[in-house]
Design a protein around this ligand. Structure first.
Ligand SMILES: [Fe+2]
Length: 194
C-alpha cells in the first residue's frame, strides 16, 4: 500500500489559495467571476512553480496532481493533457470551476443536451472557448452545466474546484449500431477524485 505525503505548498501558492478561499466565502459567483484573475496573476509571479509540476500524461488520459487543498476546502490541481485528447461531456452538480492554461491549448465546449430516449442524449455545442497560455476557461452553472474538453496538443493547466470530494455526471457514447449520423450518449455517475 502506498502513501502520498503532500509537500508544503510554496508561499506564492498558499497566498493564491487563501485569496480564492476569501472569494468562496462570498459565494460561488465571486469565486467564478474573480478567481481566474487571481490565478493568472499568481502564476506570473516568480516562484509560483517551485515544487509545482505535472505528472506525465500518456495517450490514455489526463493526469491531476494536487497543488494545494486544505481538508474540506477548495482544491487546485495541475493537470496534464495528452495531444488530441477528448474528455467526454460531463457536469459538476451545480458548482462552478475554472482553469488557467499554462502550456499548450485547451478547447472548452459548452453543450446542451437533448433527451432522445430512456437515459439517451444527444448534444449541441452552444459555445466554444479556446484557452491559450495565460488565459482562463470557466464553467459557470448559472450559464451552462454540461461541457467537454479537448486538448489539440500536450497541455498543462491549473484547475480550481470549490470542493475536492464530489461526484460528477459523465456522458458516455452509447454503443448502438442503429444510430447513424448522430452520436447518442448515456448518463453515468463518476467520481472526479482519484
Ligand atoms: Fe469539468
Amino acid at each position: 500500500m502506498s502513501r502520498t505525503v503532500d509537500a508544503d505548498p510554496n508561499p506564492t501558492v498558499r497566498r493564491m489559495y487563501d485569496e480564492l478561499g476569501e472569494l468562496l466565502e462570498r459565494g460561488d459567483e465571486a469565486f467564478v467571476e474573480e478567481g481566474p484573475d487571481i490565478v493568472k496573476n499568481a502564476i506570473a509571479e516568480p516562484g509560483f512553480f517551485d515544487g509545482v509540476s505535472t505528472a506525465h500524461a500518456d495517450q490514455g488520459g489526463y493526469t491531476r496532481e494536487k497543488v494545494i487543498g486544505d481538508p474540506d476546502g477548495h482544491v487546485v490541481r495541475y493537470m496534464e493533457w495528452p495531444p488530441e485528447y477528448a474528455l467526454m461531456p460531463h457536469e459538476h452538480h451545480g458548482r462552478p470551476c475554472f482553469e488557467v492554461l499554462v502550456e499548450g491549448q485547451l478547447v472548452l465546449s459548452d453543450l446542451s443536451a437533448t433527451t432522445v430516449g430512456e437515459n439517451e442524449y444527444t448534444f449541441d455545442v452552444i459555445e466554444t472557448t479556446t484557452a491559450d497560455p495565460g488565459e482562463a476557461a470557466v464553467v459557470d452553472p448559472r450559464e451552462n452545466e454540461i461541457h467537454a474538453v479537448y486538448s489539440p496538443v500536450r497541455s498543462r493547466s491549473l484547475h480550481v474546484y470549490p470542493d475536492d470530494n464530489w461526484e460528477a455526471y459523465g456522458y458516455v457514447p452509447k454503443d448502438d449500431s442503429t444510430s447513424d449520423a448522430v452520436d447518442v450518449y448515456e448518463r453515468e455517475s463518476f467520481q472526479l477524485r482519484e
